[in-house]
Ligand binder design. Structure first.
Ligand SMILES: Nc1ncnc2c1ncn2[C@@H]1O[C@H](COP(=O)(O)OP(=O)(O)OP(=O)(O)O)[C@@H](O)[C@H]1O
Ligand SMILES: [Mg+2]
Length: 290
């Protein structure tokens, strides 16, 4: 049984001449335990799709079943309750409150649960320990690195014990170390049985995913399963159709463990290591893999 089931979901923004069709009859099923990467050009509808799956927004048309329950027309308060109990959100901009400590930020989502303050802080503290941030509990967000802030944001997303983690470009503002930290953490959360759905523009990060969904102009244009540790096939093709920087840039945010190269990639990497002058003569055109 699918955990998330969208059927012919469309989303329109605006009115009249200014209407945007952000999602165009998207059908998508996601099972429990999948680690799904969503890719596609800017404006193709990735965030709109995540917001609908995460009950932050409603579709204009179509149906959405979450754990086999129709949810697309829930009242805002019911949607908010279901969201708090089942879904943890991580955004590109970290959304931590600057005047609260890391510990207080992580404890925030527990406020409505009726726990005492001490219990809330205890739970938040154990969650920070899980993400390796126990020694930063009394820091303020401004005193942390981007990667650490994002880890705190992940702890906050997890504190209510959601089964689905939705992350919209969680590494978008991070350097390669921060990205790796965040992706390893999401990987661990996935290994514990959670369903993780994340948006990325970096093809290398599909190494962490078990499935990659590609979008274009509000449509799902491709959907492929992907082996952990390897760049998804279509993502790899896209990777080679854009100007390459360096292998290091491409691998930003990918841990050593994830750098399992298939034979083809090994060849590419070896080619990358040769000095440029030996690889091609001046004036010759570079042929990219299509
Ligand atoms: N609140 C809104 N009002 C009007 N149009 C919107 C709104 N939110 C999104 N859109 C439009 O819907 C389309 C899809 O936007 P969306 O944010 O889902 O794209 P995206 O794939 O997440 O892009 P990016 O990679 O830049 O984050 C875009 O054309 C955008 O301008
Ligand atoms: Mg977006």
């Amino acid at each position: 049984m699918a955990l998330i089931n969208l059927e012919d979901v469309s989303k329109l923004y605006g009115f009249g001449d200014a209407t945007t069709l952000a999602l165009d009859e998207v059908s998508l099923s996601i099972n429990k335990g999948e680690f799904v990467a969503i890719m596609g050009p800017s404006g193709c509808g990735k965030s709109t799709l995540l917001n609908i799956m995460g009950l932050l927004d409603r579709p204009t048309h179509g149906s959405y079943k979450l754990s086999n329950r129709l949810v697309e027309r829930l009242s805002p308060s019911r949607a908010a309750k279901l969201r708090r109990d089942t879904i943890g959100f991580i955004f590109q901009s970290y959304n931590l409150l600057p005047r609260l400590t890391v510990l207080e930020n992580v404890a925030l989502p527990l406020a409505y649960k009726g726990y005492s303050l001490t219990r809330r802080l205890e739970l938040a503290s154990s969650m920070l320990e899980r993400v390796g941030m126990q020694n930063r509990e009394y820091f303020y967000p401004s005193q942390l690195s981007g990667g650490q802030i994002q880890c705190a944001a992940i702890a906050r997303a997890l504190v209510n014990d959601p089964t689905i983690i939705i992350a919209d470009e969680p590494t978008g503002n991070l350097d390669s170390n921060g990205s790796r930290l965040v992706m390893e953490l999401l990987s661990e959360i996935h290994k514990m049985g959670n369903t993780v759905i994340f948006v990325t523009h970096n093809p290398e990060l599909t190494r962490y995913a078990t499935r990659v969904v590609y979008m274009h102009d509000g449509l799902v244009v491709q959907d492929e399963t992907s082996d952990l540790g390897q760049v998804a096939k279509t993502a790899r093709r896209n990777l080679y159709s854009v100007p390459r920087k360096s292998v290091e840039d491409d691998l930003a945010g990918v841990s050593l463990l994830m750098k399992v190269m298939p034979e083809d990639d090994k060849k590419d990497e070896l080619a990358e290591e040769k000095p440029k002058s030996k690889r091609r003569k001046r004036g010759t055109t570079i042929r990219r893999r299509s």
